[in-house]
Design a protein around this ligand. Structure first.
Ligand code: ATP
Length: 577
């Protein structure tokens, strides 16, 4: 497939604002791919060269791209800059400057290979090399191809193709319907690598999915926790549980393969350089290969207290990781093990996995097994919850002792009980900002009035609305938030948003904010949970508590299923009271 053919598909994907169309166009593209083409194509359509967890950077920012464009099109840099200022989009600038058609456009595979080569060019004097290679590539591309190449390079694809959409499209391409999605999704939960899944499906068919096992170096999708309102409900539903403190730190998935250690965040980004002390401690473990799951939290030895999440994550924005590590060292409380010395441990019951963690970490100070209390008593669970809250922790997580590690699942194998869930207030909800209203009065000064917020429907890979937001932040906070969202403005409703309300401005779903509300109520105006005649859900008296850009992608926002569950629990509570 020529890169220009791929670009034509990308143009079609860009033009649609229907999610079903996204799936249809994408499956058509997949059908046109050979086994060799499907893997690089899968990365390219998401604006990447490799799976999300591999930190491959092309390393050409806007300024360098302008230089490369000037070289490719025989223009002065100033003129390219001027054209860019007018369009405000470097991709469109390249499209305007490049000839409409070219003969002998390279293949998509070839473009992917050459971008990979540019990414790999490093060291002294590498910038010139990168620019020359990129300019040479641009010179071979027609206008539409140049636009997409530049967008991929600056990381601004904006096609809004979420991972479930890719899985649906693969299923349609192979089978003509959605029926393969569960098998593909299971393989995805184990490997997090869509390109690998696509290639394996093409080369070996559905049976090939079984061969995609848990592998050191490829993060598994994180297991997540459900909510229940109080300790009584937990014991009633789960019986005997293992109770652990819920640390408000930073989720870390630690992989060790011989001497090599990698650390991944909750949403599977590579974070290894941020945690030198965890890397060192993992190297010291007496095990050849291992995958551990835990929560890293900064510990202040002088004050003998844990430092909250905000400060723990501040480290990744700051330069002095080493100084920070010396002043406020990190610990990781390890609560799970998924792999050891070649064996997948995920099917094993939790009690046995935890015993292995406990044994493995004996003698390590930096890596500690998260303390586990086994109980089937409401009193003991309540005591644990209150005790952990009084120690400044978030609450507890209660886990079924006989449960496997279910990558990517949020179910009652793990249940979180937080201060909020046990007190008067409900738990917070993470919503995605998807639009705003131009507003009058005070807030108009900051560039906008109310924001339109949504939650995520993972089955459909859609964002559905749940609330307008207008309170909770300081003036300073609103200003900062609007600055952030201004960069996400789009002229048409993105394909993955389903909404009855039409805001003045649509936003690319990207920013996640944490919201506290008094109640979840049925609403005919919001699409969250709306099915046929059944109304959707809305938030009553929502206020923003924090902006969660450090660790949540839009797809990690609260899901429709969770909202429905919270609504049910709230209803049950009301009936009891
Ligand atoms: P939250 O906003 O409550 O952190 P979340 O969506 O990030 O929610 P949940 O599934 O609600 O994740 O809660 C599980 C999270 O709690 C894990 O991702 C992990 O970061 C954290 N955590 C802290 N201590 C533990 C523990 N002992 N066991 C499991 N998870 C823990």
């Amino acid at each position: 497939m020529k890169f220009s053919e791929l670009a034509a598909y990308l143009d079609q994907l860009e033009a649609t604002n229907s999610r079903n169309e996204l799936v249809r166009i994408l499956s058509e593209l997949y059908r046109a791919c050979s086994t060799d083409e499907i893997e690089p194509t899968t990365y390219l359509i998401q604006g990447r060269l490799a799976p999300f967890f591999e930190p491959v950077e092309i390393g050409l920012g806007e300024r360098l791209l302008i230089t490369a464009m000037a070289t490719a099109y025989g223009m002065a840099k100033e003129d390219v800059t001027k054209a860019y200022r007018q369009s405000g989009d470097l991709g469109l600038t390249a499209q305007a400057l490049a000839p409409k058609t070219r003969r002998n456009v390279p293949s998509a595979v070839e473009v992917h290979r050459r971008l990979w080569e540019i990414a790999g060019t490093s060291g002294e004097g590498s910038l010139k090399g990168k620019i020359d290679l990129f300019a040479a590539l641009l010179k071979e591309l027609d206008a539409s191809s140049a636009k997409h190449l530049v967008r991929i390079t600056v990381g601004k694809m904006r096609l809004g193709i979420g991972d479930p959409t890719v899985l649906d499209a693969l299923s349609f391409a192979k089978q003509g319907d959605r029926s393969l999605r569960p098998v593909l999704e299971a393989a995805y939960n184990r490997t997090s690598d869509l390109g690998l899944i696509a290639r394996t499906l093409w080369a070996r068919g559905v049976k090939g999915m079984d061969a995609l096992k848990v592998t050191v170096g490829k993060p598994l999708r994180s297991q997540l926790a459900e909510r229940l309102p109080n300790p009584e409900a937990v014991i009633k539903k789960l019986g005997l549980v293992g109770v652990q403190p819920k640390y408000d730190g930073f989720r870390v998935q630690i992989h060790k393969d011989g001497k090599a250690v990698s650390i991944f965040s909750r949403n599977l980004e590579t974070m290894t350089p941020m945690f030198p002390e965890l890397v060192a401690a993992t190297k010291d473990l007496a095990v050849k290969s291992v995958i551990l799951d835990g929560e890293a939290i900064a510990y202040n030895p002088e004050l003998e207290e844990y430092v909250p999440f905000q400060e723990t994550t501040a480290r990744r924005r700051k330069e002095g990781i080493d100084e920070f590590a010396a002043r406020v060292p990190l610990r990781a409380f390890v609560f799970d093990i998924m792999f050891r010395n070649g064996s997948d441990l995920t099917p094993m019951p939790y009690e046995r996995r935890f015993a292995i963690v406990d044994e493995l970490l004996k003698g390590s100070d930096t890596l500690q097994a998260a303390p586990l209390t086994k109980t089937d008593s409401v009193e003991v669970l309540t005591r644990e919850l209150l005790d952990n809250i009084s120690r400044g922790l978030e609450g507890v997580v209660a886990k079924r002792l006989d449960s496997p590690y279910q990558a990517g699942a949020r179910n009652f194998n793990w249940v979180k009980l937080k201060r909020n869930t046990s007190g008067e207030l409900t738990d917070t909800i993470d919503v995605v900002l998807i639009g705003y209203y131009r507003g009058k009065g005070k807030r108009a000064e900051f560039g906008a009035g109310a924001l339109l917020a949504g939650v995520y429907d993972s089955d459909k890979d859609e964002f559905v609305t749940i609330s307008k937001l207008g309170t909770g932040l300081s003036d300073e906070g609103w200003r900062a938030l609007h600055k952030k969202v201004n960069q996400l403005e789009v002229t048409e409703k993105p394909a993955r948003i389903r909404s009855i309300l039409v805001p003045d401005v649509w936003l690319q779903p990207d920013v996640v904010v944490e919201v506290l509300a008094d109640e979840i109520t049925p609403s005919p105006r919001h699409t969250a949970g709306m099915v046929g005649d059944r109304p959707g859900f809305a938030l009553r008296f929502p206020r923003i508590v924090s902006i969660r850009d450090a660790d949540k992608k839009p797809e990690d926002a609260t899901s429709v299923r969770e909202i429905r569950e919270m609504f049910k629990q709230q209803h049950q509570r009301a009936v009891r009271e």
